[in-house]
Design a protein around this ligand. Structure first.
Ligand SMILES: [Zn+2]
Length: 60
């Protein structure tokens, strides 16, 4: 599941096999802090939620 997120995909809920919704959590302006982005995953079926730190392969 974590590997799917880090690959830029949206994981399925391990309980319901439903694709979870995801929305990025930003700590300020859009486009800042992209190297340390968090995503909030929420299952629309069982309301299971999880927050992941997503490291994208941006090199600057
Ligand atoms: Zn679920």
């Amino acid at each position: 599941m974590r590997a799917v997120v880090q690959g830029g995909g949206v994981p399925d809920c391990p309980r319901c096999q439903v694709r979870m919704t995801h929305r990025p959590i930003g700590g300020g302006s859009f486009g800042l802090g992209y190297h340390r982005q968090r995503e909030w995953l929420l299952c629309p079926s069982c309301r299971r939620s999880a927050i992941f730190d997503v490291r994208r392969g941006t090199r600057l």
